[in-house]
Design a protein around this ligand. Structure first.
Ligand SMILES: *Cc1c(COP(=O)(O)O)cnc(C)c1O
Length: 406
């Protein structure tokens, strides 16, 4: 092996051990197919964790990236730039929002949202109104503030002390929120569909009641649409179909279709609290990311793409139900659009990782959301034939695994 060869062993040698990737290393992608170093081909139901909304190397995104690459890559926020302004016009034109803050990831978008909610309360009420309420199992990113607001203790443990003034209540339980919310609450944050937490949709009645409680207590409602946004749920943003409008919305993942970009959207009234110098980031709103995101929205925000999400959803659910009829491996199939979860049945408890590995052996890339939920987040435009072949591979993978106690 020559010195310049890299492989999975290189990872253990030179990377901090916070991830545990499989042995294969993908080197090339096209549409919803990927190829590894050995030339083995995979169907991609993971899409880089709901990021590659238009698959790999979509021609419109390639064109946007290459065209902008020939013009200007980076200016910093000392200057503004045309792609950022065009993208912000597009996003405000198509949502409740009137103003946008650009950053580079979902965690940064949430970090901005939480800081803005506190600043807005400081500016309009008092420093006592600083508490943030979030939900159990929620995921909002990995910065210290976002793991603190997130509802999974394992992501906070060992990093204490964490920021104060944050509490958590059960999701889809309005009485628990009613008991926790007060005049000290500056914001309530929720995912319209909890993604990492197990693909758990918010009950629409719950979401409406959260909005009402926020209004009664002059607290802002923040929707973390980092995973549900940009067509993933079948609407451009999931809040549209929930019928509940937040005060702040965060977007990332699919927004750049693979190019790192995040955005925080809000109203003019709330946005006013981010005055000059109050918050910032060097790369946020850079011309390359904004050009690609604009191209993503041009393709995603069309009836063809959004209606196609529901068709693909139906096809995956139909195939999952057929697999379940045969193997009794799922206790529930849930989610919206192309954010789908299949919860493993009691006999298959804890075997999500095994299914993932077996699927990979069959040439299928899949995700889990916790040890007991298979998660499907393919490209929004995955060809129906790739879905059928991918589901064939999943079925073969499940056949190779014997359930516990059988
Ligand atoms: C992925 C995710 C984040 C974090 O985004 P990063 O880009 O990894 O920082 C935040 N919220 C939700 C709902 C997510 O799914």
């Amino acid at each position: 092996m020559s010195d310049n060869t890299v492989n999975r062993a290189t990872f253990d040698a030179v990377m901090v051990p916070n991830y545990n990737p499989p042995a294969i290393i993908p080197v090339r992608g096209k549409g919803s197919r990927l190829w590894d170093q050995e030339g083995r081909e995979y169907i991609d139901f993971a899409a880089g964790i709901a990021v590659n909304a238009l698959g790999h190397c979509h021609p419109a995104l390639l064109n946007a990236l290459k065209t902008q690459a020939d013009k200007v890559w980076h200016l910093s926020n000392v200057f503004t730039n045309e792609p950022a302004l065009e993208l912000a016009k597009k996003m405000t034109g198509r949502t409740f929002a009137e103003q946008v803050f650009f950053c580079n990831s979902g965690a940064e978008a949430n970090e901005a949202a939480f800081k803005l909610a506190r600043k807005y309360a400081h500016d309009n009420f008092s420093g006592d109104k600083h508490e943030i309420i979030a939900f159990h199992q929620a995921f909002h990113g990995r910065t210290l503030f976002t793991v603190s607001v997130g509802g999974q203790a394992k992501y906070r443990e060992g990093f204490e002390p964490v920021p104060a003034g944050i509490s958590h209540v059960p999701f889809n339980d309005i009485e628990a929120l009613r008991a926790a919310i007060s005049e000290h609450t500056c914001a309530v944050v929720m995912e319209p569909i909890q993604g990492e937490g197990g693909v758990i949709p918010a009950d629409p009645e719950f979401a409406k009641a959260v909005r009402t409680l926020c209004d009664e207590h002059q607290a802002l409602l923040i929707f973390d649409e980092v995973q549900t946004g940009v067509g993933r749920s079948g609407a451009l943003y999931a809040y549209e179909s929930l019928g509940v409008t937040p005060d702040i919305l965060t977007s990332a993942k699919g927004l750049g279709g693979g190019f790192p970009i995040g955005a925080m959207l809000t109203t003019k009234k709330v946005g006013a609290s981010f005055g000059v110098g109050s918050h910032g980031t060097t790369y946020g709103g850079n011309p390359l990311g904004c050009s690609v995101a604009k191209a993503v929205l041009d393709v995603v925000d069309t009836p063809e793409t959004l209606d196609g999400v529901q068709r693909r959803h139906d096809l995956i659910v139909e195939r999952l139900e057929a697999i379940n009829a045969q193997h009794h491996c799922f206790s529930q199939i849930r989610g919206k659009g192309l954010l789908l979860g299949a919860e493993l049945s009691p006999r298959w408890q804890g075997r999500g990782g095994d299914v993932l590995a077996a699927a990979r052996e069959q040439g299928l890339m899949l995700l889990i959301a916790g040890p007991n939920v298979l998660r499907f987040t393919p490209s929004l435009i995955i060809p129906e034939d790739d879905i059928q072949q991918g589901m064939d591979r999943l079925e073969r993978a499940i056949e190779t695994l014997k359930p516990n106690n059988q």
